[in-house]
Design a protein around this ligand. Structure first.
Ligand code: SF4
Ligand code: SF4
Ligand code: SF4
Length: 473
């Protein structure tokens, strides 16, 4: 009986067009997936997906394009790269998700999460016009295109305006055609602030510059840098995602720098990813060299600001310059997802458990606490598209830090800070948790005034906590 069923079972032909296209365009073989489910179990967004990452991989293997292209999953993927980092078969699942959104658009399939498509378009338009992101323009365009959410973030914008965290006018930026090396640039570190540090994260910019000065690190901001394109370019326009960071590398190399430090984790990640691409794909390198009319030397090292301070100053210098130790202040360090992942791109040894920020803050006298969420995604990619997701992911981080007895969070990325600090008033929390840039905390320990590290710009008031510890007057 069983044998008869088998022989009469209909034969289903698998047409793996998408799988073949993914292999051709991304060099990813989806048939390597053996359904271990590690991608799904580590995914911070899995509660919001209709199909889980491992199920999307199975659908691609089976040629079920209707599932892969009509799912909300690729659109809601937050690009945290946890899946790409953890996949035992080395599959770039995040890259595949982004490919699927582009493919859906190319086939004329209505985006399953229209806000994301609107965001990508608006973001890239800003870059084409201004060369950098004009945050207020992006916010207004996003809200006008979804009038139903117009009032959702009105409280946030008014608070940011009151704190002068957003500039009113955009600035037109174009890279100089032939930048001249500065005489001292081989000793100095190029400083790439990224768009946020010139706008909503001025407190990071100011405290970073102040702290570097105390530590005798010479940082120089090269004129004419452009936005890295962030997740919008990576998702919607891979050519721009490569060209924009490389345009900056051309600038750094021509300026004579050996190192560039990037306080924004997204900028750091996108620039490292561009270097990885040209190192591993000679034909892409050649194409970009033709477009940019420049032969890359690959002579500039990229560091996060935490890394740069750790390497060039280190614990001993931080301890030496500490005048007001952060004694008794219990701090949880939060790195977010993009400072370390994926390790093939960042070269970071301890992807899930980095410790550089803890070392620096311990040297400044703080009591750093151990917790399990230091690289868990806060949902930054959806800050303007799906704030309700950000509230959920970020409030969990705050609650977990509080459960671990932290009195403050230390962060090292403007996007993490916006979610955890500026949006905190929108979350249902029992009590607030001050969120400070690690440079603000170091600055206070070095005896700088609250104004010198722009403490007044933080939206979740850090003054009462720091006063209670006798750290500020
Ligand atoms: S982690 Fe990799 S191998 Fe495991 S299910 Fe996901 S894609 Fe497949
Ligand atoms: S990149 Fe992050 S959000 Fe996207 S599927 Fe992977 S783990 Fe989930
Ligand atoms: S990723 Fe960096 S450069 Fe790009 S928009 Fe964000 S802050 Fe600006």
């Amino acid at each position: 009986m069983e044998k008869e069923n088998l022989t009469t079972a209909p034969i289903v032909e698998i047409r793996p067009h998408l799988a073949q296209q993914i292999e051709r365009e991304l060099g990813q073989n989806v048939y390597l997936c053996y359904q271990c489910v590690k991608c799904t179990s580590g995914c911070p967004m899995s509660d919001f997906f209709d199909w889980q990452p491992n199920q999307i991989m199975r659908a691609l293997q089976l040629g079920q394009e209707d599932i892969a292209l009509h799912s909300v999953t690729p659109w809601l993927c937050a690009a945290c790269q946890t899946c790409t980092t953890r996949c035992p078969q080395g599959l770039d699942i995040n890259g595949i998700m982004e490919f699927l959104t582009r493919q859906a658009m190319a086939q004329g399939i209505k985006p399953k999460v229209p806000e994301v498509a609107i965001f990508n378009r608006a973001f890239l338009r800003q870059l084409r016009i201004w060369g950098r992101l004009y945050e207020p323009g992006l916010m207004v365009e996003m809200k006008l295109s979804q009038p139903q959410s117009l009032f959702e973030d009105i409280g946030l914008y008014t608070r940011m305006l009151r704190k002068r965290k957003v500039g009113f006018f955009p600035k037109l930026v174009r890279p100089p055609r032939r930048p001249r090396p500065k005489s001292h640039s081989t000793q100095a570190i190029a400083y790439y602030p990224g768009c946020s540090l010139h706008s909503s994260a001025r407190e990071f910019d100011q405290s970073a510059r102040a702290v570097c000065k105390v530590l005798d690190l010479e940082i120089v901001e090269p004129e004419g840098w452009v936005c890295c394109g962030s997740s919008a370019a990576h998702r919607a326009d891979p050519e721009a995602a490569l060209k924009l960071p490389l345009q900056n590398f051309k600038l750094f190399e021509q300026g004579g720098f050996n190192e560039v430090t990037m306080p924004c984790a997204a900028c750091y990640n996108r620039h490292q990813a561009a270097l990885y691409e040209i190192r591993h794909h000679p034909q892409k390198r050649q194409a970009m060299e033709n477009v940019l009319e420049y032969r890359f030397q690959d002579s500039v090292k990229v560091t996060t600001l935490v890394e740069a301070i750790s390497i060039h100053a280190g614990k001993s210098k931080v301890a030496e310059r500490t005048l007001k130790p952060l004694n008794g202040l219990r701090v949880a360090c939060y790195y977010g997802c993009l400072m370390t992942r994926p390790p093939a791109v960042t070269g970071v040894a301890h992807v899930e458990n980095p410790t550089e920020m803890e070392s620096l803050l311990t040297a400044a006298g703080a009591e750093v606490i151990d917790w399990s969420y230091k690289t868990t995604c806060c949902g930054a990619a959806h800050s303007l598209t799906k704030p309700e997701i950000v509230w959920r992911l970020s409030s969990k981080l705050i609650v977990e830090a509080q459960k671990a007895s932290a009195e403050a969070l230390a962060v090292a990325c403007p996007l993490c800070h916006t979610n955890l600090d500026a949006r905190q008033f929108q979350m249902s929390l029992e009590k607030p948790l001050p969120v400070l840039y690690f440079t603000q905390l170091l600055g206070i320990a070095f005896g700088l005034s609250p104004a010198q590290v722009s403490l007044e710009k933080n939206l979740t008031d850090p003054f009462p906590l720091l006063r209670s510890k006798g750290l500020i007057g």
